[in-house]
Design a binder for this molecule. Structure first.
Ligand code: ADP
Length: 458
């Protein structure tokens, strides 16, 4: 069943159910009231009639006037007064047979009784006159309220129920359409989005906090994540094919030229050396990619050991400066904690060494070997390492791609690199349950921030 129909059905069921319940309640109470009220009228008329006929002349006159002025005569009203003998036998009374015997018996034994036979209502009372004689007063009349008003009222209820049903149907239809429409719009827009136009988003209403707006925002967030990941995939393929293709084209070109005619041995040696150089580059790039793939796993197989961060940074400084003597690393010890055990992290030392040296070498490389500052500090739960350079920086719009394998920013033409260092460093840091954040400004420099949890005390 369509959601819209379901909503209509539920709304109608609730509204109609409530209206019927409400109508039954009113109908029941009003007809009860009509019964009680009519018997009360009969009682008043029975008593006043008895008083008027049986009491002193003066009182009777007053009562007659009262009765005429204030009490309307009831439809088909019939009233009879029968004297009761002291043994209260009533069966022999002349004309009593027209009344229901059970009703008369109850009047005589209980003093009063009521009875109704479809639309005719009966009231009976034993009246004791001022001269201590008992009379059986029986009154009957047609209850016009039951015959006319109640049936009119019943018809009115049925008609208003019918009208209410139509109004509810209309409201439910409009209401459900109002609820469903935004969902239909979302479905329509979502159907328009494919890999070709992943940049498209659903229109958001920022001031609205209902479920539909939340759904729209959640969907847009998901599209953002999908788009970034899709872009990364696309980037990886184009970066990788470019990076691997360049040395391969060079190797093929060199070999082609060398083989095009017979040459001097020196030429072959030179060509082979160039080919070897390119092949080594290719090998480095593929093994870096292999390492990257390996660190992409959860690292459960590797062995974690306690490692002091200050010690690690000193070792990395040694390595970085050995790789290129022009590299300068300045370590800032000012934030060193008094308790050196706080500097211990759980780490796989060779991998952490690789990650930190990649970050520091980048700092040296992209600042043309200006000094790179490395500082570290601790909080209650984390060790923070900052690597800061004053180099070329990363263009703002390219920052989001720096973790894509083989990605190289547009301002790195004069610097050699493979585009593997940062994704590799991030994978290694993540293996250590840490985070890597890079902030940068073109022409001013770059700061890489590594946050790693303090090692467990065990
Ligand atoms: P690469 O081998 O190109 O340095 P990385 O993966 O280490 O590869 O870095 C990816 C890209 O991020 C670099 O090509 C460069 O554009 C940018 N980058 C990383 N670190 C820095 C830095 N310290 N200064 C400027 N750009 C940087």
């Amino acid at each position: 069943m369509k959601t819209q129909n379901k909503i209509i059905l539920v709304l109608i069921a609730v509204f109609v159910g409530y209206t019927i319940l409400f109508s039954v309640f009113i109908y029941y109470n009003i007809s009860n009231y009509a019964f009680a009220d009519f018997y009360k009228r009969l009682e008043i008329r029975a008593i006043t009639t008895a008083k008027f006929q049986l009491e002193e002349k003066e009182d009777a006159e007053v009562i007659r006037e009262l009765r005429q002025e204030h009490l309307e005569t009831l439809q088909d009203e019939k009233i009879n007064l029968y004297p009761l003998s002291s043994d209260r036998s009533w069966k022999a009374i002349d004309g009593i047979e027209e009344y229901n015997s059970g009703f008369v018996e109850e009047v005589v034994t209980s003093g009063t009784a009521t009875f109704n036979d479809q639309k005719t209502f009966y009231y009976g009372v034993v009246y004791r006159s001022s001269d201590q004689k008992d009379y059986l007063v029986l009154i009957s009349a047609e209850n016009y309220f039951i015959t006319h008003h109640i049936s009119y009222f019943r018809n009115l209820l049925f008609i208003s129920l019918g009208v209410a049903f139509l109004i509810i149907l209309l409201i439910s239809f409009l209401f459900s359409r109002k609820i469903i429409e935004p969902i239909n719009q979302i479905i329509h827009r979502v159907n328009e989005i494919s890999t070709g136009n992943l940049h498209k988003r659903l229109p958001e209403q920022s001031d609205n906090d209902d479920a539909i707006s939340k759904l729209t925002r959640t969907f847009n967030d998901m599209l953002n994540r999908l788009e970034t990941s899709f872009e990364s995939q696309k980037n990886f393929i184009s970066n990788a094919s470019h990076e691997l293709n360049t040395p391969l084209t060079s190797i093929i070109g060199e070999a082609d030229v060398a083989l095009s005619k017979l040459r001097e041995p020196a030429y072959y040696i030179e060509t082979l050396m160039t080919i070897l150089e390119d092949a080594e580059k290719l090998s480095k790039k593929t093994s870096a990619l292999l390492l990257l793939a390996q660190t992409g796993f959860d690292g459960k197989k590797q062995k974690f050991e306690k490692l002091r961060v200050d010690q690690l940074i000193m070792d990395v400084k040694g390595t970085v400066e050995k790789i290129n003597p022009k590299n300068q690393v300045q370590i800032d010890f000012s934030l060193l904690p008094e308790n050196p055990s706080l500097l211990k992290i759980d780490a796989i030392e060779p991998l952490m060494h690789l990650a930190m040296s990649n970050l520091i070498i980048n700092g040296c490389k992209y600042s043309n070997h200006e000094p790179v500052q490395v500082a570290f500090g601790v909080t209650d739960t984390q060790v923070i390492i900052l690597v800061k350079d004053q180099g070329i920086g990363i263009p703002q719009n390219e920052l989001q791609f720096i973790y894509d394998p083989y990605f190289r920013a547009s301002n790195t033409k004069n610097h050699e690199g493979y585009g593997i260092g940062l994704p590799l460093a991030r994978n290694i840091i993540r293996m250590h349950k840490g985070q890597l954040y890079v902030s940068s400004e073109t022409g001013k420099g770059t700061v890489a921030r590594v946050v790693i949890p303090i090692g467990s005390s065990l």
